[in-house]
Design a binder for this molecule. Structure first.
Ligand SMILES: Cc1cc2nc3c(=O)[nH]c(=O)nc-3n(C[C@H](O)[C@H](O)[C@H](O)COP(=O)(O)OP(=O)(O)OC[C@H]3O[C@@H](n4cnc5c(N)ncnc54)[C@H](O)[C@@H]3O)c2cc1C
Length: 502
């Protein structure tokens, strides 16, 4: 029998979740976190009285009817939190003045798409049919009455059995391929851009299914308060977090992980070591690649990841009451293509936080622009910090000029500008190339939905991983689910019954 001690690297959602479930099951855990805050990527920061949210747009599993909701209850995110739902996922504005609205309600979405492009009726019906299929595809909530659980469980099994082939078809089709079924270029463009073109269509359908079922909400207050609530829950269960402690190496003796060595030179030992930090750093740096066989290397060499991003935020002395409240924002066309850093943009995607007044002083609003960018471009620039800083300023100024096209007068109302590059995300969270969500789910790795990635490394005992790098699709639910999955497997190894604690 092990002595039940576990060291966890990283206090993001993956690490905190592993800690919470482990504490609930009698393990004695300690987290080493390099930052001075919990949450990892799920964070926000303050500038000149404004709060820049660096993560949450939607929390999947917000509906108490959903099976995922129990995770948020267990890890302490639900109590006292106000969730809001939006009628619109996003707006895609055309050069010709047409507006394509991706509604959350599937009936409204279908009607709007049919009016927008009657010639695409067949493709629209296939698309919306896929969304409706995914809507029925929700497992029963653990907290629902037994009768409801049985009914929902039966429905789930039936849908799965009858519709398996259709689900497989969507799973194996990329968004880029599916959109070719539409003739209208705006529909094609909007669906292509709403996530990443290589992403499996499955995920786009689930996006709308969750929205329709009111199961993907924005939590008022944003990201950091959720992370802090989760850290509190962990501490209340008896866990310990050491902030400002960077783990440099996993100590291995005889192919067994026995401890960690920190950047300050100190060494700490436990029966089991869990890394909930970046997967690439864990495997190739903390363990020097010694336990990376071909299967372990494959994702890092072949699987596409979410793109690295630029997050440019503005604090604006203006209320945007006449703008829609959306999950992901408005995409609008630019008069002329504009060069921003390493890419040329024909349109801009802007997210107006007019739904969360807690993020700005009274009468003011935070506006954020997210853009894909190349990590290597910024890495090269940062060889000269002055050049890097100037480029960041320039990017913010160019984007502000672009925003002026859509929101006349905004330049004179901006009180705060902030630019986060992939290097910023890398510096604060350690993620590989500043990545914000790990692996894409593509037709090639779609099987991981049914058969999750391994949380161990071949040949190394007492070592485990959790977080977005062992659960394709990433996001906060993946982090939490991977923590639970890990602790269930530890309980099994130790012959214990996995249990939950209120
Ligand atoms: C702009 C943006 C928007 C997003 N939107 C959403 C959304 O709407 N919904 C959603 O569900 N998800 C969203 N995500 C994704 C989500 O934030 C991540 O997938 C999730 O937070 C990953 O959690 P994690 O615990 O796996 O990793 P991380 O959050 O990266 O946690 C890893 C932790 O390990 C620590 N660490 C790393 N290296 C070391 C070391 N050597 N020693 C000690 N500690 C270390 C880090 O500091 C960090 O705290 C978004 C992310 C971003 C950036």
């Amino acid at each position: 029998m092990k002595d039940q001690s576990i060291i966890i690297v990283g206090a993001g959602f993956g690490g905190l979740s592993a800690g919470i479930y482990a504490q609930m099951n009698g393990y004695n855990t300690r987290i080493f976190e390099m930052h001075n805050l919990p949450g990892g990527l799920c964070t926000s920061w303050k500038r000149k009285g404004y709060t820049i949210d660096g993560c949450i747009h939607w929390l999947v599993g917000s509906s108490p009817q959903s099976w995922m909701h129990r995770y948020w209850e267990q890890v302490g995110i639900v109590p006292g939190r106000e969730f809001v739902y939006f009628d619109e996922y996003m707006r895609h504005e055309g050069k010709d003045g047409r507006i394509l609205t991706l509604y959350s309600n599937v009936d409204k979405l279908e009607q709007h798409l049919l009016e927008f492009s009657p010639q695409d009726a067949e493709a629209i019906r296939e698309f919306v049919g896929g969304v409706r299929l995914c809507m029925a595809f929700d497992m029963p909530s653990a907290s629902a009455p037994l009768f409801h659980r049985i009914l929902k469980g039966l429905k789930f099994a039936l849908v799965f059995a009858l519709k398996y082939r259709s689900l497989q078809k969507f799973l194996k089709t990329t968004t880029a391929d599916f959109v070719l079924k539409f003739k209208d270029p705006m529909i094609r463009e909007a669906l292509r851009e709403m996530w990443v073109p290589e992403f499996s269509m499955f995920f786009i359908l689930f996006t709308f299914a969750w929205l329709h079922n009111k199961n993907a909400a924005y939590p008022i207050g944003g990201s950091l308060p959720m992370s802090q609530a989760m850290a509190r829950r962990y501490l209340e269960l008896g866990g310990t977090i050491d902030y400002g402690k960077r783990v440099e190496k996993i100590i291995v003796e005889g192919d067994r992980a026995v401890g960690v060595r920190l950047a300050d030179g100190s060494e700490h030992r436990a029966e089991r070591i869990v890394s909930a930090a970046d997967g690439h750093t864990t495997i190739f740096s903390m363990l020097d690649g010694r336990y990376a066989d071909a299967k372990t290397r494959e994702p890092y060499e072949k699987w596409p990841t979410f793109p690295s991003i630029l997050l440019v935020a503005f604090g604006v002395n203006r209320l945007f009451n006449d703008e829609p409240k959306t999950v992901f924002g408005i995409s609008f066309p630019l008069r002329e293509p504009v060069e921003i850093a390493d890419s040329t943009q024909k349109r801009l995607w802007v997210h107006v936080y007019n739904h969360d007044s807690t993020l700005a002083p009274a009468g003011k609003t935070v506006v954020e622009v997210l853009l894909p960018t190349n990590y290597d471009y910024w890495k090269e620039l940062a060889r000269d910090q002055a050049v890097y800083g100037e480029k960041k300023d320039k990017v913010a100024r160019i984007i502000l000029e672009m925003l002026e096209q859509r929101f006349p007068g905004i330049s004179g109302q901006v009180e705060m500008m902030d630019v986060a590059t992939p290097l910023t995300f890398e510096r604060f969270t350690g993620n590989w190339k500043g990545n914000f969500e790990g692996w894409l789910i593509t037709p090639e790795n779609a099987s991981t939905i049914m058969r999750p990635m391994s949380q161990t490394l071949p040949g190394l005992s007492d070592f485990y991983m959790c977080g977005q790098w062992v659960q394709p699709g990433g996001g906060l639910p993946s982090g939490v689910m991977s923590g639970e999955r890990l602790v269930k497997s530890l309980c099994k190894q130790d012959g214990k019954r996995f249990r939950l604690q209120k």
